[in-house]
Design a protein around this ligand. Sequence first.
Ligand code: ATP
Ligand code: MG
Length: 564
Amino acid sequence: MKVSALNLKTLKETPAEAEVVSHQLMLRTGMIRRLTSGIFTWMPIGLRVVRKVEAIVREEMNAIGALELLMPAVQPAELWRESGRWDQYGPLLLRMRDRHERDYCVGPTHEEVITDVARRELRSYRDLPISYYQIQTKFRDEIRPRFGVMRSREFIMKDAYSFGRNAEELGASYDAMAGAYTRAFERMGLTFRKVDADSGEIGGSRSQEFHVLADSGEDAIAFCPADDYAANVEMTPAPAAADRPEASTELARVDTPGAKTIEDVCKALDVTADRIVKTLIVAGDEGPIAFALRGDHELNAVKAAKLPGVTTPLTMAEPAEIVKATGAPPGSVGPVGLEIPLFVDHAAAELADFVCGANDKGVHLTGVNWGRDLPAPDSVDLRNVVAGDPSPTGAGALEIARGIEVGHIFQLGTKYSDAMGATVQDEDGSALTVTMGCYGIGITRIVAAAIEQNHDDAGIIWPEPLAPWTVILVPINAHKSDAVREASDALYADLLAAGVEVLYDDRDARPGAKFADAELLGIPHRITIGDRGLATGDFEYRYRQAENAEMLKRDDVLRRVGAA
Ligand code: ATP
Ligand code: MG
């Protein structure tokens, strides 16, 4: 491909609307263009990368014997009513109506459609196990589309579904998928981790996520170097409460005017956050519910939403509701004398002589003790684990990393096959409900995740398997030098003939501008052709990550880029 034919329009400035580096670089290189909120056009350069990701995923799916099909994006509501999800899925589902007043949705996922395929196509236990997959556009009306294609409303997913006779066959399909995912992400040159995940509302038995490690990741992952433990922080258990020290101070009321946050209270009372019990109020099915946590700990929304009576998804109470339930505004709420249900986190239950809100505006209590000033609680696990917490296996201390979820594998069981009657005839002639798994990879999210993990100040640093082109040729002042133009044309022809994906910067632009674009685009190998080098038969070669360029003979250059 010649740059003159590419309509390359790179931007020097960082677009103001892009918060994360991948989104910035995708806009600056012209890989994507936004059409409207959370909906993007994949421009030619970006699409080349999407196709690379798809090709690797497709090869690994085929290698484990999964069968590719392509299901419709538009799905009839009847199927979703059969599974019960038409009512459950909520506003994430984009719904519409046709000219006959029939309801449809744009598929956010395809369990219903594939289960319909299965109940029609699978007849006998001999048809099992079987896995199908597709690479297809999904739509989810995300509340907060952000970070470009990382969390978009329209995106490309590889989704696969397995059907087996029983839990053993499901386990085997699941393991095969996990292996294929691992090989695919390895081949993409990404640093990733497979972690245990919350199985969520779908209520399957086992679920794992694949995360590309990057500081900008939305998820926190807990892992323990001393063993193989790795899990999404969403579902990493925190240790149970240890014994609490004896009370040693008197209960006191202190004025804390204007102190609203934990930081304010720390300053006002000269205490550290781990001596404070903070109280959060959430919506419950029968009225508000309170959670008490240590001041330096974060509420874990997944754990909290599983507690009895708590509304799912977890919804924080509005300030007016908090005042009504506790008599105090948010910054002054505390567990003493509270008249609504209270769940106390293990770590908060371990404290003696602690500080908390007094349920009176601008007032806090100090020297508070469970079992003396308020009932001793049966504590629960409510918080996110932090670095240094013990690993749930007991083998060592946890570390925390940030991750971008690029894949998710899930043992569904018979949820959909039961609801939709997907059965086959078993060996003894009886009807056997098939056991399902579902397996997703965020194809377009991977493109962004790869950039988050691989970039520098000059631009993208593509892992070679994902690069839109492997080599970029940069002639210097070819419009003034026949020798440079001829040598460049000949090298371009030889690289193409060798099957190398090469981008030829044939523009009459300044060398500096061409180099900047080559680095911004992140092409792994750059070959510069200039009069000075040609005089001695040399080409300048630079690997994108390398500190310096080297002068190489033509054959060595070809060898370096895999063309000889
Ligand atoms: P998340 O927790 O990030 O919302 P999810 O659990 O809803 O993801 P799945 O239903 O497991 O996602 O979908 C499979 C894969 O599709 C995810 O692992 C992710 O890589 C990708 N994906 C999900 N939602 C989006 C989105 N809004 N934009 C881009 N990719 C997405
Ligand atoms: Mg997920």
